[in-house]
Write a protein that binds this ligand. Structure first.
Ligand SMILES: [Fe+2]
Length: 642
């Protein structure tokens, strides 16, 4: 959840960081209280609440359900919320009822065949009875697919008449938000439910520097329709939906990861790391397109058809298929070549999608230089780099919170700018680079309390310049954790919750994987001083402050961050990053190199650490050498507790 004051993002709380369950869903009243406390506002200061749901799950209030009541519909006495109504959402109408959905809790609580897959994303089910939760169904797609009235193949997008669509903009844009009545701790507050991809769109457009942009969203949602992704047009403070892109490549990508044995959550990230080990032997140009392209070619279920095609080709070429699904044999040819082929299919599909979007702009005499991109697929760094090199857009904005962790901020910004019609805020380059650091700040007491709690097991060392000490440790080839102030919004550690190690030694790749109990083959990313990036990397299409683009490593001194294909997922570091900038400066003085291996500070299958006690506990239970916790240098008293 996020707090926005006068349009300025004040803080962002990611629920999984607090209940320690990756990808978990739900709303806690206690988390709302924490965020309000951090933003220094009271309940009565809240003017409006936006809500968006992830993966069409119901809105579930987990703690104190009687203190947060949610229902759809406008406050009759608040004029601007009633204007959010649209004929398409007449409550008496069947079309509205059709939009209600949801049965995720049934699946978790009934322990049916999806229980093993889903139990991790709602661990509360072990302690809380289902009837003690407050559940509000989610609005499925908001906009009906019938509204666009056409089965659009990718090439058809080129010929869209934007004028025609934008003439309908009031009608269309109202399909993407819907009024809610919310009662929080006894206070009635108007609310707005925001369609999932509109929240993604807002999360990128309102956090970019351009006033005018095409916005593209895509994630693991299923086509056809707006739940898999959309093309929008953003201008000043408004976002106008153009058309769904009907892509399936996001869900296919995750499905392939699961098929190879990576489970259902986090499979996409692992598949991206695996792909460079293989060759795209099974790539098939015929499978490039959206769901309607596939249907026109006779592929009824392209996600299944793709896997069948890979297996058929593999058999014909004499591959051993036994390793599939066995992660101990994941580096064998069949697995890595399926991964590489799927990555290529992903990249080619994305490139073609963006090409038709840029053709659409040309055909409509719309001169737009920038593309805003969000949704989980925007975490695919090699694809992003190819996109920027090959597409007609000069600049691509992808926010650090491009996945579902950005929905709450995007939703709040959409309400503020689009619904309430407040002017867009001017974002400087400096404030753009500071976007990620929105976690809660009120951990000073918790740092002291955690230190007190573990005082028998830890040493606090006095050092004059903390960043210099950290750089010295790294130069001496120690593994350090750097925990600084507000945590990062989004899934990547960008210098406030980071594990760092010297990239000059090849064995540090394995040391770090061993510390995090990850698979040996998984790669790591470099953090580099932005001013020095060209000394070590080639082909980085633009700055990459949020670790979202790849480049080729041209230095032979950095074996720990160089992937097998010579690429690296680069984070360019500036003073806005915080302490990591100064650590890199000092490390350069010691070693002559301004690059470090930077990975998220968390244990196996865990979310990134949010709180000081979690960081100290990691120090005490692993081989981590030094923890720098909010400017305190902490080491273990003995090694016996490992
Ligand atoms: Fe999403």
């Amino acid at each position: 959840m996020s707090v926005l004051i006068d349009g300025v993002p004040k803080c962002n709380l990611i629920r999984e960081r607090h209940n320690r369950a990756k990808h978990s869903f739900g709303i806690n009243v206690s988390h709302i209280e924490l965020a309000l406390l951090d933003a220094k506002i009271k309940l009565e200061d809240i003017d409006m609440i936006s809500i968006s749901s992830t993966q069409d799950y119901e809105l579930v209030v987990v703690d104190r359900p009687h203190e947060l009541k949610l229902e759809y519909g406008a406050y009759p006495d608040i004029s601007f919320t009633s204007s959010l109504y649209n004929n398409n959402f007449n409550k008496e109408d069947d079309s509205f009822k059709r939009l209600l959905c949801g049965n995720i809790l049934d699946k978790v609580y009934s322990k049916n065949n999806r229980y093993d897959e889903l139990k991790h994303i709602f661990p509360e089910h072990k302690k809380i009875k289902k009837e003690d939760l407050a559940v509000t169904k989610s609005l499925l797609n908001f906009a009906s697919i019938d509204f666009w009235g056409k089965e659009l193949c990718l090439k058809d997008i080129k010929y869209i008449n934007l004028k025609e669509i934008l003439n309908e903009k009031v009608k269309i844009q109202n399909l993407f938000h819907f009024p809610m009545r919310i009662n929080l701790k006894g206070r009635d507050i108007p609310g707005v439910a925001i369609q999932h991809h509109m929240a993604h769109a807002a999360s990128t457009f309102y956090n970019c520097i351009s006033d005018k942009s095409i916005i593209f969203t895509h994630d693991g949602g299923l086509p056809p329709g707006p739940s898999c992704g959309m093309i929008f047009y953003g201008e000043l403070n408004k976002i106008f939906p153009i058309v769904p892109n009907h892509l399936f490549i996001g869900s296919l990508y995750t499905q392939v990861g699961s098929f190879l044995g990576f489970g259902s959550h986090g499979a996409a990230g692992k598949l991206m790391g695996l792909a460079p080990y293989g060759q795209p032997e099974f790539f098939n140009q015929d499978m490039v397109g959206n769901i309607f392209d596939m249907r026109s070619k006779g592929f009824k279920n392209p996600r299944i058809d793709w896997l069948k095609y890979c297996l058929r080709s593999a058999r014909a070429k004499g591959y051993d298929l036994d390793p599939i699904g066995n992660t101990n044999r994941i580096l064998e040819p069949i697995c890595v070549d399926i991964a590489a082929s799927t990555q290529k299919l992903f990249e080619e599909t994305l490139l073609q999608s963006i090409e038709v979007v840029s053709d659409m702009c040309i055909n409509n005499q719309l001169d737009i230089a920038s593309l805003c991109y969000a949704g989980g697929t925007a975490l695919n760094c090699p694809a992003n780099s190819r996109l920027l090199k090959k597409s007609a857009f000069k600049r691509i904005y992808i926010p650090p919170h491009c996945d579902d962790s950005g929905l709450s901020l995007g939703g709040a910004q959409y309400v503020y700018h689009h619904v309430l019609n407040h002017a867009r805020l001017k974002l400087s380059e400096k404030s753009y680079l500071s976007i990620p650091y929105l976690g809660l700040s009120n951990y000073e007491n918790e740092t002291n309390e955690a230190i007190k709690k573990f005082e028998d097991q830890i040493n606090i060392e006095e050092v004059s310049v903390i960043e210099e000490s950290a750089a010295q440790d790294l130069y001496e080839n120690k593994i350090i954790a750097w925990f600084e102030g507000r945590s990062e919004i989004g899934p990547r550690a960008l210098g406030h919750r980071s594990l760092l190690i010297n990239p000059l030694f090849a064995e540090n790749w394995e040391r770090m994987n061993s510390l995090k109990q990850r698979e040996k083959w998984r790669p790591f990313a470099p953090a580099v001083l932005e001013e020095d990036v060209d000394l070590y990397f080639q082909g980085l299409p633009n700055q990459s402050p949020f670790m979202l683009f790849t480049a080729q490593v041209i230095s032979n001194k950095l074996p720990a961050i160089k992937h097998v294909d010579g690429s690296a997922r680069v984070q360019t570091v500036t003073s806005e990053t915080g302490g990591l900038f100064l650590i890199l400066k000092k490390f350069k003085e010691f070693s002559g190199i301004s690059v470090l291996l930077n990975t998220s500070f968390n244990g196996p299958k865990e979310p990134i650490f949010e709180k000081p006690a979690e960081a100290i506990n990691f120090l005490l239970t692993t081989n981590l050498d030094t923890l720098y916790l909010n400017r305190k240098k902490i080491t273990r008293k003995t090694t016996s507790s490992k």
